[in-house]
Write a protein that binds this ligand. Sequence first.
Ligand code: FES
Length: 654
Amino acid sequence: MASTSAITFSTAAGLAPAVRVGADATLLDAARLAGVEMDATCGGRGRCRSCRVKVLSGEISPPTLQDTLQLGHDEVKERFRLACQTHPMSDCTATPMPPKAESGFQILAGRVDIGAQSGLRLDSGVMKHVITAKTPVGEHHQTSDVEEILACLPPTVQRHLSLELLRKVPSALRKDKGRLTVTTFNDEVVDIEVGDTAARCYGMAFDIGTTSVVGTLMDLATGEQIAAVGGLNPQAQYGGDLMSRIAYAQFDDTKLATLRGKILSGINEYIREACEKAGVAAEHIYKIVVVGNTCMHHVFLGIDVSYVGLAPYAPAVRDPLVYSAREIPLKAAPNAKVCLLPIVAGFVGADTMACVLATRIYESEEIRALVDIGTNGEVVMGRRGKLFACSAPAGPALEGAQIRHGMRGALGAIERVEIDGDVACKIIGDAPAIGICGSGLIDACAKMLDAGVIDSNGLLRRPSSPALVPALQKRISNGEGGREFVLVWKEEAGRDHDISVTQADIRQLQLAKSAIYSGIIMLRDVMGIRDDEIHELMLCGGFGNYISIDSSVKIRLLPELPVERITYMGNAAAIGAQMALLSETERLRAFELSQSIEHVALAARPEFQAIFVDGMNFSGETFAAQARRSRPASLPAGAPGPVAEALPYISAAG
Ligand code: FES
């Protein structure tokens, strides 16, 4: 075996230049080295299929258990592999075959017209002063260019100018007879431009999520939103959830720099795109507000995330931060201010603070809750004067990872399911189905529960169960990886296989939904209130806005409140970031609130385990309970009842 092998990737753009790696490297390592985009949603642990490749030539290591579990025997035989599990044994050529189409990926931007939102004071802190300054005349005058400029500005403006600005001063002052626009942020001079540029005063708000990034370009004078941009977080190839991302960069400065480089170049690209869309020069962006969970926040700043991933999960800093765009660096006016909202504690980060601002939950007389459903869910509950918060690690299942035919909410994803005699699915983009996204999985499980295809423990009925109509019976089979239920037959799918929900998928959903549900229940219990005392439950975040409320209540992702009390809030983190961009009052309010919110650490509460285990169940009855209920009173204990088909599940359900 050669000590190194040349790996070539064949991509849609052609053959990538070969890279040489040793046998200890995986094809995923090789792809990264070659600059070939490859997602690694589970962080290279063989638990998703986002790094799927087809090996076209060359010797590779034998398939692992994960290869077989994730891809099935047929694909493995055809030399499909998980790149993260495969080591080259000779020179190889491979082609990335991600099991998804990212085109049309649904990214939810803020839907609220912030400028028009009542009660928002437009006080971004950025002011443009148009002045005509004198040039110093007469050698006997003890003055300077800077002093002449400052003499035209309010006395509160600070005398200190950055070296970069100082260097601009002499020529700027003399170019247009002293006509200048001096831009300040909270009385600090951030730019000096020749002529009158008062009409050009912009800012950008960014919500950096684990999965996606949303950016909004806004006019700071009018509060108008002038361009929206967004896409997947380019760090996704280093892990789909927070813990995978942290594990990647833990105790490794080079990897931390890699993650940081990805997000900074992504954000700079979004700034360029937004400016191009709106016909605005990036130099006229003077303030940028960034929100994100604790991990995203730290990586953005290049702060070590190692300890964020270890108990007691303490962030390096919680305070609101302000740096210059040059320091970060971001493409804007060089002295533009980059402001990060504060962190509450642990994983309850700046994005949650932005949700608190956007929902104004802190003003409510009634008890309200906000729930940000994502790979890491956050829950805030309370009312004016007292708010509690917790974070609930749901994992990436709701994003479609670790689900056999899972995918993100993109073209071809099943997003809604109806079961009325037979199954009907709604597909994003009305395209042939190629997989199922998180909202589709929630809907599918709720409808399967209604139709009796699964019980409250999440157990699938056995094939040909007489309790089901023939059309549904036909859809249950014992597949390679256990029992499964077909949603879309191969003939109607955009894949060469059926699109189904497996027993393992249902388990993954149960774990994810129980994390969120338990967070809500835990805060409710800490507050000592009943469900019916929650006046409103507000769903925030990209994912929360696509789920069916009925189905979410049905499967106990959300507590059983009257559905009119559960509301969609759009991407509240992005909206909160926009509010802090347009209003220093809001940005400072975030700091005050972050100091007063009480963080509830779920894992540290002794009752959490029991709540979580109970939260795994769906509502409704188990097949075992049905069997007991249907058993005629005359039958002796132990004799098979009329719902005998349920009996195999009695032992399985324990
Ligand atoms: S299976 Fe390879 S990254 Fe998830």
